[in-house]
Unconditional design. Structure first.
Length: 74
């Protein structure tokens, strides 16, 4: 299946802003995080097709997955 992955903030460093990647059917968000070697401790917001999700959510072909780090500041 093909997913559109969008990365934000520090997750873009040495990576990409948006890219289509292929994964096996039934992959979950955690598999994407692992493949991209993102720091799970920095993971703040997960969106699938603009809807909040968690790291164990299952993805389907054509999904748009956005991964945002924890926001800092005041």
């Amino acid at each position: 299946m093909v997913l559109t992955i969008k990365l934000y903030g520090v997750f873009r460093i040495d990576r990409f802003k948006e890219q289509q990647l292929e994964f096996s059917a039934g992959a979950c968000v955690d598999e994407v995080v692992e493949r991209l070697q993102l720091n799970r401790q920095l993971l703040g917001i997960i969106l699938i097709n603009e809807q909040h999700a968690d790291i164990n959510a299952t993805l389907v072909d054509g999904d748009v997955l956005a991964l945002l780090p924890i926001l800092e500041g005041g």
